[in-house]
Design a protein around this ligand. Structure first.
Ligand code: ADP
Length: 450
């Protein structure tokens, strides 16, 4: 087993990893910027090292400083959490050069999946169904025109290096293509330092359904069912649930098996998420994330498996703690991502937390680094609290969520918690028939209704 893990992250996910370390009796090292000296992850870890000033590029993204922190603390491994350096193949390589274990897949697999064009090509070759699209990168406007014509409008232009829902351009008619193509390239260059783009069929009203997988690095892989992450704003997930209301057992097994087999063939090591759009009974691969996801707790809740501990086991070359046939899910789980943002414009709302009260009771879980007196800094992601519920069925999970939202108090900053009261009252949500554009339409309608 690993002996000392440095957690190269902050906030709730750093805390999540530190908790797993404590249960496994592994020493934990927090790193922090000067803005995060009083953060919960620093207080909870066994040791902490300051890695630079508030700006993420000078601290949480600063590879030399993180390596130095590993050496100062004597860490034998690094857990990257999500975001920051979690999908940076160079980071994985530099760690390996320093004989430090990266808790995640190989640099080669991160690179393969980090480029969406090579990811789609690989998945197609492995028998995973993909969204129809251009054959690789589209290098000229002429190629874009030919490709769009062949795919059929509407199409979506996406950055090969894309992420975080940024840099996508929807094109509904041929006359919009040229402007959108050039705009997408410029945006991709400034956001990701890489202007390569590709085209995909724009699927109308699909759901976003993703499959949790694990590979042991020796050619064995398993899946842990799906998460429905269709409730999105600006292509960013807002609420997730597992299982999805639209899949039956047969579909779940089929797509799970396809994913697990693909991952096994790759000899992938660690946790991963294979993301699909789902429409009219068909799955279309869009991308793979080679790290733990924000929404991983809903899978943990229904399967009763600690995904972070499994990551650590795999990095320790101990394999998974279970076999596919030994696991099954129970009940239903929902996660709400609560951000420090002011509705209706979702503008960031950093500041001092005057009062914080976390809900509790059977089936209610909070993953958060908040405490009364904590100051939410303005420099990072605005996610401050994940409220997760688990019930014996969807109805019970919704009732628990409704109750837990009423108990939650976050005073001092504006939050998006109120949004979930609205969502829970909507018929479409209650029926589970929502798709990826539903929330934005719902928000427009409710703001007009006021
Ligand atoms: P990112 O890596 O930036 O998050 P993804 O490829 O995962 O980008 O897509 C994010 C979201 O954008 C999806 O969940 C979906 O809502 C929307 N999207 C992406 N591709 C398509 C498509 N081909 N048709 C319709 N919507 C899409």
């Amino acid at each position: 087993m690993l002996k000392k893990i440095l957690v190269a992250n902050r906030g709730e996910i750093a805390l999540r990893v530190i908790r797993a370390c404590k249960e496994l009796k592994i020493a934990s090292v927090a790193v922090h910027s000067t803005a995060d000296s009083n953060s919960m992850h620093v207080k909870m870890a066994d040791e902490s090292v300051c890695i630079g000033p508030p700006k993420a590029s000078d601290s949480y993204l600063n590879i030399p400083n993180i390596i130095a922190a590993c050496e100062i603390a004597g860490a034998d491994s690094v857990h990257p959490g999500y975001g920051f350096l979690s999908e940076n193949p160079n980071f994985a390589e530099v760690l390996s050069d320093h004989k430090i274990i990266f808790i995640g897949p190989s640099a080669e697999h991160i690179r393969l999946m980090g480029d969406k064009v090579s990811a789609k090509r690989t998945m197609t070759d492995l028998g995973v169904p993909c969204v129809p699209g251009s054959k690789g990168i589209v290098e000229t406007i002429e190629q874009a025109e030919a490709s769009a014509k062949q795919i059929g409008y509407p199409v979506i232009i996406k950055a090969s290096a894309g992420g975080g829902g940024r840099g996508m351009k929807l094109v509904t008619q041929p006359k919009e293509l040229s402007e959108s193509y050039h705009a997408a390239k410029t945006e991709a260059e400034s956001a990701f330092g890489n202007d390569e783009v590709y085209l995909e069929k724009y699927l109308l009203n699909p759901k976003h359904i993703e499959i949790q997988i694990f590979g042991d690095g020796f050619g064995n892989a398993i899946h842990l069912g799906e998460r429905d992450c269709s409730i999105q704003r600006r292509h960013q997930k807002v609420l997730e649930e597992a299982p999805s209301t639209v899949l039956n057992e047969k579909q779940r097994k089929e797509i799970g098996l396809i994913c697990a087999q693909a991952i096994a063939k790759l000899k992938y090591a660690g946790a991963g998420t294979i993301e699909f759009l789902y429409s009219a009974g068909n799955f279309y691969f869009i991308e793979m994330n080679t790290r733990i996801q924000v929404e991983h707790p809903i899978t943990e809740e229904i399967f009763g498996i600690d995904l972070v501990k499994e990551q650590i086991r795999i990095a320790s070359k101990q394999g998974l703690s279970f076999k596919q046939e030994e696991v099954n899910f129970i009940g239903h789980s929902i996660e709400c991502r609560i951000n420090a943002e002011k509705i209706p414009n979702f503008t960031a709302s950093p500041g001092l937390i005057n009062a914080y009260h976390a809900p509790g009771g059977l089936g209610v879980r909070i993953d958060s680094a908040l405490y009364t007196g904590y100051r939410v800094p303005p420099y990072y992601d605005s996610l401050i609290c994940k409220l997760i519920v688990h019930g014996k069925n969807r109805k019970e999970a919704i009732a628990k969520l409704e109750r837990a939202l009423k108990e939650l108090i976050i005073d001092g900053v504006d939050t998006t918690a109120g949004l979930f009261d609205l969502i829970l009252k909507s018929d479409t949500f209650l029926k589970g028939t929502y798709d990826i554009v539903w929330l934005e339409n719902f928000l427009n309608e409710t703001s007009q209704a006021k």
